[in-house]
Each structure stands twice: as structure tokens, then as C-alpha cells.
Design a protein. Structure first.
Length: 150
């Protein structure tokens, strides 16, 4: 193959790769949340503590979640993605996320949504919840809402 033809093949390949990246980036929607203590009673103040942040990227029907947390009163046990009937109300588990089993760490995972769940995700009806040893019914939670930062 001559050098001109090699150059043409390289440029064509580079153009296809660039186009795939641009199209993929345009289809991605970003969401974010601040993780804070779940609603609690005064008797739970010592057990439900901490803070965190998380982001989600929605591409088609796949939500990829990444986040960090710190300051829990006991090690995290599980992290899950929930769907609620309304913002601020407890909902049902949609999927499990990976979580560092410690008082500080990371959460993450990719969850495939159903066609009916995708528009609900975009409306902000999904939230992340981290449970811990001393707060087995929930320690931190945060609602994933569209990331409007520029």
C-alpha cells in the first residue's frame, strides 16, 4: 500500500472515531446529587451521619453512577438505586451499586433501565441510598437531578 493510501485510510479511521465520540457525547445526559442523611428521629442522630456526592450519566437506557462519601458513623453495607413515586418519598429498589465497606469510600455501577423508567429518571424520580451497619434502613440519600452546571 502506498503512503498516500495509508494516509487516506488513517484519516478516514480518525474521522469515524471522532464522529462516534461526538455522537456518543451528545446522547449522554448528566445528573448529580449531594448525598446527605436520610430523614431521621432525634434518637438516630449518633448513627446517621455523613456526606457525599454522586453523578450519573444516562446514555440510552443505561445509567452509570459514580460517587464518594465520608463521615459515616459505621461502615457502609450496601448502596442502591431507587425509584420513587414522587420527589422526597421513599421508593422501591431498582438495582444494587458497589460500595466501599467503610465509613468513607466510593459507590458506583451501571444499571439498565426499562423503557418506562428512562423518562422517570430524566424527571428526577430516582435516588441513591447508602445503608450502614448502624443505619441498616438508610444512612445517606440523594436525588439524581439534571446537572445544569456549565
Amino acid at each position: 500500500m502506498n503512503s498516500k493510501r495509508c494516509g487516506d485510510v488513517f484519516l478516514t479511521g480518525a474521522a469515524v472515531l471522532w464522529l462516534a465520540i461526538v455522537i456518543g457525547a451528545q446522547g449522554a445526559e448528566k445528573f448529580r446529587t449531594r448525598l446527605s442523611p436520610v430523614p431521621l428521629e432525634v434518637s438516630q442522630l449518633e448513627n446517621i451521619k455523613g456526606v457525599g456526592v454522586a453523578t450519573a450519566t444516562l446514555v440510552g437506557d443505561k445509567a452509570t453512577i459514580e460517587g464518594t462519601f465520608s463521615g459515616l458513623a459505621s461502615p457502609a453495607t450496601i448502596a442502591q438505586l431507587y425509584l420513587s413515586p414522587n420527589l422526597g418519598l421513599r421508593g422501591r429498589v431498582i438495582g444494587d451499586l458497589t460500595v466501599t465497606k467503610a465509613a468513607s469510600g466510593t459507590i458506583g455501577g451501571t444499571i439498565q433501565l426499562t423503557p418506562l423508567q428512562v423518562p422517570l429518571f430524566k424527571k428526577g424520580l430516582f435516588y441513591i441510598q447508602i445503608h450502614s451497619e448502624k443505619a441498616p434502613e438508610g444512612n445517606l440519600w440523594g436525588w439524581l437531578t439534571p446537572d445544569v452546571r456549565r
